[in-house]
Design a protein around this ligand. Structure first.
Ligand code: 5RP
Length: 243
C-alpha cells in the first residue's frame, strides 16, 4: 500500500479521534478494516495520556483483536445499546454521506454499532470520496446473505436492478482449495456490481436498500443511508477534508 494512502488514512483517523472523543465519551463503537487501526492506535495513546475512562464495542473479530492488542476495554451490545460515538472506515462515500461498507465483510455488525451511536463518524483516505456511489471505487455493494439463499437473492437482485451480484469467494491456495468467504456471523456475501448510468444520474439508494432487504435471505446490505454525521477524508499531504 502506498505511503501516501497510509498517510491519508492516519490523518483522517487521528483527527476524528481528537475532535470527537473527550472525557465525556464513555462508550465507543469500533469499526473494521485498515483505517480503523490508526483510530485505535490514537485512542490507546490518549487513554494512556489522559486517563480516559472508555469501553469499546467491536464490530468484528478483527476489531476485537485490535482492541485487545491495544489494551482497551471491550464491551458489547448486550451490555450497552447506546453508544456515544462510533468510528468506522468506508469503501466509498457520496456527497450526501451515503456510504458503501463491507469490503471486509463486517457490515452487519458495523451497521449495528452505527445504528446505536449518537454520532457515527466515517474515516477514509482521499480515494473513497465520490459525488455518486460507483464513481471512484466500483467494487459493488456487499450484501450478507443466508448461505442457503444466496442464489435466490442473487437472481432477484439482478432481476430487479440488473448488474451482477457475485458470490464473494477466496481464490484458492496451492492446495487448490476455494469456496465462499464466510462472515463472522457464518453467512455468505454477494457483491452486487450495479450498473453505472451513462448520464451519471444517481440512484435512489433508499428505495433500492428497502427493496433488497425485502428479499428473504438477505441479512444486511452494505448501504449506510442517513447514518453518518460526518466523514473525514485524509489527503496524501496529511491534511484532512471534512464532509
Ligand atoms: C469492513 C468495512 C471497512 O470499514 C471498509 O472496507 C473500509 O476498510 P479500509 O479502512 O481498510 O479501507 O466496511 O467491512
Amino acid at each position: 500500500m502506498s505511503n501516501l494512502i497510509e498517510k491519508g488514512k492516519k490523518a483522517s483517523a487521528y483527527q476524528a479521534v481528537d475532535e470527537n472523543i473527550d472525557h465525556s465519551t464513555k462508550i465507543i463503537g469500533i469499526g473494521s478494516g485498515t483505517t480503523i487501526v490508526y483510530a485505535v492506535e490514537r485512542l490507546a495513546e490518549r487513554v494512556k495520556q489522559e486517563n480516559l475512562d472508555i469501553q469499546c464495542v467491536p464490530s468484528s473479530f478483527q476489531a476485537k483483536q485490535l482492541l485487545a492488542k491495544n489494551n482497551l476495554k471491550i464491551t458489547d451490545l448486550e451490555t450497552f445499546t447506546s453508544i456515544d460515538v462510533t468510528i468506522d472506515g468506508a469503501d466509498e462515500v457520496d456527497k450526501n454521506l451515503v456510504c458503501i461498507k463491507g469490503g471486509g465483510g463486517c457490515h452487519l455488525q458495523e451497521k449495528l454499532i452505527a445504528y446505536c451511536a449518537k454520532k457515527f463518524i466515517l474515516i477514509a483516505d482521499y480515494r473513497k470520496k465520490s459525488t455518486e456511489l460507483g464513481q471512484s471505487w466500483h467494487n459493488g455493494i456487499p450484501i450478507e446473505v443466508l448461505p442457503s439463499a444466496y442464489r435466490l437473492v442473487k437472481e432477484n437482485i439482478e432481476k430487479l436492478y440488473g448488474g451482477n451480484a457475485k458470490l464473494r469467494e477466496f481464490t484458492g491456495s496451492t492446495l487448490g482449495k476455494a469456496g465462499p468467504i464466510i462472515t463472522d456471523n457464518g453467512n455468505f456475501i454477494l457483491d452486487w456490481i450495479f450498473e453505472i448510468k451513462d448520464d451519471n444520474s444517481g440512484y435512489d439508494w433508499n428505495t433500492i436498500n428497502t427493496n433488497i432487504k425485502m428479499i428473504p435471505g438477505v441479512i444486511e446490505t452494505g448501504l449506510f443511508i442517513d447514518m453518518a454525521k460526518v466523514a473525514y477524508f485524509g489527503n496524501a499531504d496529511g491534511t484532512v477534508t471534512k464532509l
